[in-house]
Design a protein around this ligand. Structure first.
Ligand code: NAD
Length: 281
């Protein structure tokens, strides 16, 4: 299968690695040449690590790299059977992209978005053929995380969700079907997880390190809420919280916190900027 991926950032590069490893030809597009180069390096580094660990042969790694074709030209998507978008989380920008894309790809091409928080119906509404549109939501880092949410919109044709679920399974992932509601499954459950942890901190019940320690050592979680927010980045995490809160008609259960908003405004994004709830200097 020939799969197009648009956006070669954190998610797009990881998804490209997943589908190329599964044997598909990948056309990886980004508007930014440096982002494409970074993606190529990230995929190579990740595959080399697997080779070092003995989980992949040198030949298989080379074959995977050879299947990823970097491009800045959407015309090269003429032969794609599936295109998955992982660009900036902005509805108008995504809608504009799919309008342009539909002028290039064949009518049979499946269109998908990796959006974390926008409604699939709203992105699909920009398409001439919204019945071929679906959400395929990976988690970061895509090559490592097993779960993938498959989200049909109200416009999605009957049967497509099952086809996509089988395809995702063939990539070695564990797909779960979810309805097109804000945050789908994981990001919705995660909102009160982060929100309540921040409230504990604000109320002075315990400090961040103690809460993280309790959740990991005693609660069995792989990462505590503050470690996880710093890992994801407050730029991403805060925006998703704000978006889920708005999409649920301002339901107070999902209300964002000023503590996180100030970190976001200050540029204290977490690990990626050297400071968040913790300092990484
Ligand atoms: P990112 O900022 O790392 O990468 C986005 C890339 O898209 C950039 O390289 C940028 O140059 C490119 N881009 C932006 N607009 C473009 C356009 N019009 N045409 C072509 N390329 C364009 O972002 P990311 O973290 O990879 O997130 C991408 C999408 O995946 C978002 O919708 C996000 O909500 C979603 N998502 C993110 C995560 C996460 O943890 N980061 C997890 C799941 C889903």
């Amino acid at each position: 299968m020939i799969i197009g991926i648009i956006g070669s950032g954190a998610m797009g590069s990881g998804i490209a690695q997943v589908v190329a490893t599964a044997g598909h030809t990948v056309r990886l597009l980004d508007q930014n040449a440096q982002a494409l180069e970074r993606a190529r390096q990230a995929i190579e580094t990740s595959l080399n690590k697997l080779v070092e660990k003995g989980k992949l042969t040198t030949e298989a790694a080379a074959g995977t790299i050879a299947r990823v074709h970097l491009t800045q030209d959407m015309q090269e998507f003429m032969d794609c059977e599936l295109v998955l978008e992982a660009i900036v989380e902005d509805l108008a920008v995504k809608q504009h992209l799919f309008r342009e894309l539909e002028m290039v790809v064949p009518e049979t091409c499946i269109l998908a978005s990796n959006t974390s928080s926008l409604s699939i119906a709203s992105i699909a509404s920009a398409c001439q053929h919204p019945e071929r549109f679906i959400g395929i939501h990976f988690f970061n880092p895509a090559p490592v995380m097993q779960l993938v949410e498959v989200i049909p919109a109200v416009q999605t044709r009957a049967g497509l969700a099952e086809e996509v679920r089988a395809l995702v399974e063939s990539w070695g992932k564990l797909p779960v079907l979810a309805k097109d509601t804000p945050g789908f499954i994981v990001n919705r459950v995660a909102r009160p997880f982060y929100g309540e942890a921040i409230r504990l901190l604000e109320e002075g019940v315990a400090d961040a390190a103690t809460i993280d320690w309790a959740m990991t050592e005693l609660g069995g979680f792989r990462m505590g809420p503050f470690q996880l927010m710093d890992f994801i980045g407050h730029d991403v995490n805060y925006r998703v919280t704000e978006s889920v809160f708005t999409a649920f008609f301002f339901d107070p259960r999902y209300k964002p916190s000023f503590t996180q908003k100030r970190l976001f405004e200050a540029g204290y994004y977490g690990r990626k900027s050297g400071r968040g709830f913790y300092s990484y200097a």
